[in-house]
Design a protein around this ligand. Structure first.
Ligand code: NZQ
Ligand code: ZN
Length: 397
């Protein structure tokens, strides 16, 4: 039965060729006057995108400052640097030019500037909730995290090794500029692993034991099939605009909550388990998800069997007859084969990490602490379950 739901997706999307030229006008329409432009390690300089965005701001006579140097698994110290800079300059709008790490850093800076009397990390440590957040927008350069339309924000405290999420509608971006042409400079690994994150955001909402709607399932299954079909195309033809457009739009729809309407809020334990891998080993979020999912899926499968069968049939195209358990296993194997076909790992060994028993226990402890009351939907996990999933993931073949 469909559960009651609220769907809130306020981000204005400007999609397609030349969309970046609208940025200055959009910011002006939102009434901003002093903008902090946040970016990463330099890809937006090399592609010429940053220069274009800044020209668009200058045309509208918008004062801006730059903060570069955000790294993947974005760090708390960079957020503090942004907050200091924003305070000095009277920043009233955050513009992220880049991917999820840059957007999340901009969101965290926006929280910090809106309530400067508090330490922003308290949000990620879940010791308080935010009451305010400055407006944030993005010019997206990689389809993956979905932060351009999501309420999520994920920051790593490099001093404690904790990678933590804070979710709040206050940080939903005001607008997202998406020109798929700017993803052409992405290395294949980034494009393909981005597809894993997009699929995982959909699958986290799909494998649930509460509240299902035919329309939501159909959207989710269509999204998954579309991403699988297009994920490999840029490798053969980097300039395939249509494939890049499909992937980019899927990235936003996968994480703006559309594919969760009517269910119980989703499982999200693959993400929670992965965040501990990111905090301890600094692995790429999306590759970490591919490496943990098969172990998670096999561990919870029997408690969410009808969903795994449906997924095997409707997403992986498994036509063979057999018991529900066999069909579900065929669906999981199908996903492993797909991940391999795009160069993704399906266990921790392939991910290139070898956690010890002690490290696994520590990750499980931290994961339990980070989860609070929500420890899954396909199956509610306890610490021992998490230990089993990490242990089985060492080499799940
Ligand atoms: O730093 P630069 O030089 O820009 O290089 C980046 C970075 O090295 C590169 N890149 C991005 N666009 C490019 C490009 N290189 C060439 N051409 C381009 N057009 O790609 C690398 C990865 O960028 P990053 O922003 O880290 O990727 P992604 O979008 O996957 O973001 C990952 C972060 O988002 C978090 C993850 O945990 C991770 O920290 N997530 C955020 C979510 C949210 N806010 O809702 C949800 C997700 O589940 C996820 O947890
Ligand atoms: Zn993700």
């Amino acid at each position: 039965m469909a559960y009651n739901f609220e769907f809130y997706a306020p981000t204005k999307v400007i999609f397609g060729k030349g969309a970046e030229n609208e940025t200055g006008k959009l910011i002006k329409a939102f009434g901003a006057s002093r903008v902090l432009v946040v970016y990463g390690g330099g890809s937006v300089k090399r592609s010429g995108l940053l220069e274009k965005i800044e020209a668009s701001l200058s045309t509208e006579k918008i004062v801006f400052r730059e903060l570069g140097g955000v790294v993947p698994n974005p760090r708390l110290d960079k957020v503090y640097e942004g907050i200091r800079m924003g305070k000095e300059r009277g920043t009233d709008f955050l513009l992220a030019v880049g991917g999820g790490s840059v957007i999340d850093s901009a969101k965290a800076i926006a929280y910090g500037l809106a309530e400067p009397e508090h330490d922003v990390w308290e949000l990620f440590a879940h010791t308080r909730t935010a009451r305010k957040c400055l407006p944030v927008a993005s010019v997206l350069t990689i389809a993956a995290a979905g932060s351009e339309t999501s309420r999520g924000c994920v920051i790593t405290n490099e001093h404690t090794g904790e990678k933590r999420a804070y979710d709040d509608n206050l940080a939903r971006p005001r607008f997202a500029v998406m020109n798929p042409e700017y993803t052409i400079t992405l290395p294949d690994y980034q494009t393909e692993s981005g597809c894993v994150d997009i699929m995982m955001h959909t699958m986290e909402r799909y494998f649930t034991n509460g509240g299902n709607m035919e329309i939501t399932d159909a959207l989710a299954e269509g999204l998954l099939r579309t991403v699988m079909k297009n994920a490999v195309k840029p490798h053969h033809n980097p300039g395939d605009y249509d494939a890049r457009a499909e992937i980019m739009w899927a990235g936003s729809l996968a994480h703006n909550d559309l594919t969760g309407c009517g269910n119980d809020g989703g499982d999200f334990m693959s993400h929670k388990l992965e965040h501990e891998l990111g905090g301890m080993f600094d692995v790429t979020h999306r590759a970490g998800l591919a490496a943990i999912w098969p172990s998670w899926a096999r561990y919870v499968c029997n408690e969410c069997l009808s969903r795994f069968v449906r997924y095997a049939r409707n997403v992986m195209g498994i036509a063979a007859e057999g018991s529900d358990e066999e069909i579900a296993e065929a669906g999981i194997r199908g996903m492993e084969e797909f991940y391999h076909s795009i160069g993704m790992p399906v266990n921790l060994e392939e991910l290139g990490i070898h956690p010890t028993d002690r490290q696994i226990e520590e990750m499980a402890e931290r994961c339990m602490a980070a989860c609070g009351s929500h420890t899954g939907s396909a199956k509610k996990l306890a610490k021992d379950d998490m230990i089993r999933i990490y242990t089985n993931a060492r080499n799940s073949k």
